[in-house]
Design a protein. Structure first.
Length: 218
C-alpha cells in the first residue's frame, strides 16, 4: 500500500470534521473525523470503530480499545503508550513517524497496514494475524510475534532487535530488507521465510543454538 505523505492527499480529506474535545466511548462510530493535537488518557473505547479518519499528534496512554476497528485510517506523529488493543481489527491503516510502546495487541488482525518511520518497543502481537503488512524504516525492539500468522509481511529499512517468533506461522515473510536482524526466539518457526546470505552469516550462531547444534572448532 503506497504511503500517503500528508493529510491533504487523503481521498476523504475534504470530508473530515475536527474532533470536539471529549472522551472516547465504547462501541461508538467515529467516521470522517480528524483527531488533532489531543491526548487520551485511560480511554475506555472497546469495540469503537474509526473509519476514513485521520489522527495527527495524538497520544493514547493506557486505556481499553479491545475489539476496536480501524478502517482506512491515516495516523501521523502520534504516540501509543501501553493500553490494550487485544482482538482489534486494522484494515488499510497507515501509521507514520510515531511511537508504539508496551501496547497489548494480541489476537489482533492487521490487513494492508503500513507502519513507516516508527519506534516500536515491546509490542505484543501474540496470536495476531498480519496480512500484507509493511514495517518500513522502523526500529523494532522486543516485539512478540509468538503464535502469530504472518503472510506477506516485510521490513524494508527496519532494525529488528530481540524479536520473538516462537510457534509463529509464516507465509511469505520477507526479512531481506531489514538493516538489522536479531531474533531472540523462534528461528525454528521461520521455515519458508526469506533472508539474505549476510543475515544468515550474522545469525548462524543463534540459529545453531535453536537447533541444538554444537559449534566447536576443535
Amino acid at each position: 500500500m503506497p504511503v500517503v505523505p500528508d493529510l491533504a492527499s487523503l481521498p476523504y480529506a475534504r470530508y473530515l470534521q475536527p474532533w470536539e474535545a471529549g472522551e472516547l466511548d465504547r462501541g461508538e462510530d467515529y467516521t470522517e473525523i480528524h483527531f488533532d493535537d489531543v491526548e487520551f488518557d485511560g480511554a475506555n473505547a472497546g469495540g469503537a470503530r474509526f473509519a476514513e479518519s485521520a489522527m495527527t499528534v495524538v497520544t493514547f496512554t493506557g486505556g481499553n480499545f479491545d475489539r476496536a476497528r480501524l478502517d482506512d485510517v491515516w495516523i501521523a506523529r502520534s504516540r501509543w503508550i501501553g493500553g490494550s488493543w487485544a482482538e482489534s481489527d486494522l484494515i488499510d491503516v497507515q501509521i507514520l513517524d510515531g511511537v508504539l510502546a508496551g501496547v497489548q495487541a494480541y489476537s489482533s488482525k492487521w490487513r494492508r497496514v503500513t507502519i513507516h518511520g516508527c519506534k516500536i518497543d515491546s509490542l505484543n502481537l501474540r496470536g495476531a494475524r498480519l496480512q500484507d503488512v509493511e514495517f518500513r524504516d522502523c526500529d523494532l525492539s522486543e516485539v512478540d510475534f509468538g503464535d502469530a500468522t504472518l503472510a506477506g509481511v516485510t521490513f524494508p529499512g527496519s532494525a529488528i532487535r530481540r524479536a520473538r517468533f516462537g510457534k509463529a506461522t509464516v507465509k511469505k515473510l520477507d526479512l531481506r530488507g531489514a538493516r538489522e536482524l536479531e531474533i531472540a526466539e523462534g528461528w525454528d518457526a521461520l521455515r519458508g521465510a526469506l533472508i539474505t546470505s549476510v543475515q544468515l552469516a550474522e545469525s548462524a550462531a543463534a540459529m545453531a543454538h535453536t537447533l541444538g547444534v554444537v559449534v566447536r572448532d576443535r
